[in-house]
Design a protein around this ligand. Structure first.
Ligand SMILES: Nc1ncnc2c1ncn2[C@@H]1O[C@H](COP(=O)(O)OP(=O)(O)O)[C@@H](O)[C@H]1O
Ligand SMILES: [Mg+2]
Length: 500
């Protein structure tokens, strides 16, 4: 039912509002009940107080009809005001005055009164005993010892003692004033107040619901924007960016989202570039192979030069073969398929073997190799992979160093870190600052025309870096244009120095 975040938020807020209003309502209902009945008691008590003044006047002027009329008039007006029955009784519980007239009172009540010598009276002593003890006021709730039983309601009875000087001059309780009202009457006030409360709740729920609606919109709108942008990107439009600048979590999310989109865009560019590079690298040798073979077949190339051209074709095919193999290897490394086989071996030995393998091109260029080896340089690594690293690095050094240059190979044990640092230095052309970061990229060649190197593919250093990283080791380079270049990489020193 509440599928979207928006409707969840709205539902949650409304539930919270209703919940808190209910609690407020229940609390109000009870406190209001207490307050209203206390208020009613005080009101009746005060009314009783007033009536007793006129009762005093009446007793002071016994036999004066005006005093009696005044008393009755006052009783009637308080009856009107409070809605309560008002009785004045004597010490025997006989009702001497009543407003309204007893005959007008609810029959179910009157029937329970006792009737003696033309007067109605309270039938049970408990109904007037306390008030004549002088307790002021006596408050009773319920059916008043059975008097109101037949009405089925609960009643509030406030009794006020009335003191008067007797002939001896002593004050004595000679009468009691009763103010009697059904509790439901009391609660009517509460219901009225409560109705106002309910109306204000409904109004505030309406207002807050629309506010909540508005705010939730505000929260969910950017989320929707992000969702839509994600969709657009997944369809291949990598240049899509979000324009949400709020300083909250959603703003952060948008920021990370834009970062991700930028990364994806770069990745996509790299992918495109890679495919373009591969195609280019494949097309160039194939075009020349095709050209030479056609030249031979069509007799454009004279017979005596066939061997020379076929030689070139063979080299190009070898290069293609290397290229494809390198690409496959790179793909394997990047997908983590390459499994390293760790053994302990002497890195100095391996370097020597690599130099021997490359000896022909080294001597051909008239380069000098100076080796500076630390002792006991046993390492733990994949020997074939490291051989590939060394061949690549030394081969680069040879390629990019003019005749008469020097190639230095060093190994050095770093006992602090249990590493062996291997470095291959040359006195060659060097690499400029701008190119230094990029030489590790696939197909990157500083010298695009490749005057120094016609056979390179620009994959060598990518492979080297991949292998070293796969070992969990570091590789870095220092270079100065015109002076030379030094590549460094680390390997893990073997634990057991005697094992080969
Ligand atoms: N020792 C070096 N001296 C100068 N430039 C180098 C050296 N090693 C690598 N480079 C530069 O880095 C580029 C990338 O090297 P690499 O990935 O081995 O490709 P490749 O050897 O096929 O050209 C080279 O084309 C070259 O421009
Ligand atoms: Mg190379």
């Amino acid at each position: 039912m509440f599928k979207s975040l928006f409707s969840k938020l709205v539902a949650m807020f409304i539930a919270t509002i209703i919940f808190s209003f209910s609690i407020a309502g229940i609390t109000l209902y009870y406190t209001l009940g207490v307050y209203v009945s206390e208020e009613k008691v005080r009101n009746l008590d005060l009314s009783g107080e007033e009536i007793s003044k006129y009762l005093g006047i009446y007793l002071d002027n016994l036999g004066n009809p005006i005093a009696q009329v005044m008393l009755e008039y006052v009783m009637d007006s308080y009856r009107q005001n409070t809605g309560a029955y008002i009785w004045i009784t004597n010490q025997k519980g006989i009702i001497v005055f009543s407003s309204p007239n007893v005959r007008l009172i609810d029959k179910r009540v009157v029937n329970n009164l006792k009737f003696e010598q033309g007067y109605y009276g309270l039938p049970d002593e408990r109904q007037y005993k306390n008030v004549f003890l002088g307790i002021d006021p006596v408050i009773e709730k319920g059916d008043f010892y059975g008097l109101f039983k037949e009405t089925g309601w609960s009643w509030l009875v406030v009794q006020k003692p009335f003191k008067y000087k007797d002939t001896g001059g002593d004050e004595q309780v000679v009468a009691a004033i009763y103010l009697i009202t059904p509790i439901s009457e009391v609660h009517k006030t509460r219901s009225t107040v409560y109705r106002f409360f309910l109306i204000s709740i409904i109004v505030s729920i309406l207002v807050s619901t629309s506010l909540v609606y508005f705010f939730s919109r505000k929260i969910t709108k950017p989320l929707k924007e992000i969702r839509d942008a994600a969709k657009v990107i997944s369809e291949g439009e990598f240049d899509k960016r979000l324009n949400i600048n709020s300083k909250d979590e959603i703003g952060e999310l948008a920021k990370s989202f834009n970062q991700m989109a930028a990364d994806l865009e770069r990745l996509e560019e790299m992918r495109r570039g890679f495919i373009a590079n591969v195609s280019h690298e494949l097309r160039t040798p194939m075009t020349s192979i095709k050209g030479f073979i056609e030249g031979i077949l069509d007799d454009v190339i004279p017979q005596e030069k066939h061997k020379e051209y076929l030689e070139i074709v063979r080299n190009e095919i070898a290069r293609l073969n290397r290229l494809v193999n390198d690409l496959l290897d790179l793909a394997k490394m990047e997908s983590g398929e390459l499994q390293l086989v760790y053994t302990n071996f002497n890195i100095n030995e391996l370097i020597r073997r690599c130099i021997i393998k490359l000896e022909s091109i080294i001597t051909e260029k008239g380069l000098e190799v100076i080796a500076n080896f630390d002792e006991d340089t046993l390492v733990t690594a994949d020997i074939d992979a490291i051989e590939r690293v060394l061949i690549n690095l030394i081969h680069n050094a040879v390629k990019f160093t003019p005749s008469g240059g020097i190639i230095g190979v060093n190994t050095e044990i770093d006992n602090n870190n249990d590493k062996v640092i291997i470095s291959i230095a040359d006195t060659g052309i060097g690499i400029s600052k701008e190119d230094l970061d990029r030489i590790w990229e696939r197909f990157y060649k500083v010298d695009k025309s490749r005057s120094l190197d016609t056979l390179g593919t620009g994959l060598g250093l990518s492979i080297v870096k991949n292998i070293v990283m796969e070992h969990g080791e570091k590789i870095w380079v220092e270079s100065e244009v015109g002076k030379g270049t030094t590549f460094y990489f680390t390997l893990k020193k073997a634990k057991n120095a005697y094992k080969n």
